[in-house]
Design a protein around this ligand. Structure first.
Ligand SMILES: [Zn+2]
Length: 115
């Protein structure tokens, strides 16, 4: 699995979930950064928000260390929303935003969020 790149999995997942937001985890599984698909169980608008299924999260944690939380913005907006920033700070974990069309990724660290 030397050629495995977690972002390819994340881009594919974002395409599968379109027009809803995808969400997932980056796990360190025995040294390999692995994308872990999660269900978006947001009860509001899955096109505009995401809530990771806690069962998927817990199963991921059983596999390896959680290095970050990934989601997509189906409208292509490459910027973290206010809610994203608050969640990043609150969960104290890096947030990654992926955009499959341009294959771009941006990251937000909790230390960058000032409230
Ligand atoms: Zn977002």
């Amino acid at each position: 699995m030397n050629n495995y790149i977690w972002s390819d999995e994340a881009f594919n997942h974002a395409k599968e979930c379109y027009p809803q937001e995808c969400c997932g985890l980056i796990l360190d599984i025995e040294g390999t950064h692995t994308y872990w698909k999660c269900k978006n169980i947001s009860g509001l608008y899955k096109e505009k928000s995401f809530v990771i299924d806690p069962i998927d999260y817990a199963n991921g944690e059983d596999q390896g260390e959680v290095l970050g939380i990934v989601h997509s913005h189906p409208d292509g907006e490459m910027g973290f929303s206010y809610t994203d920033r608050l969640s990043c700070k609150y969960l104290d974990i890096p947030f990654y935003l992926v955009e499959p069309d341009s294959q771009s990724i941006i990251v937000l660290y909790p230390s960058e969020v000032n409230d």
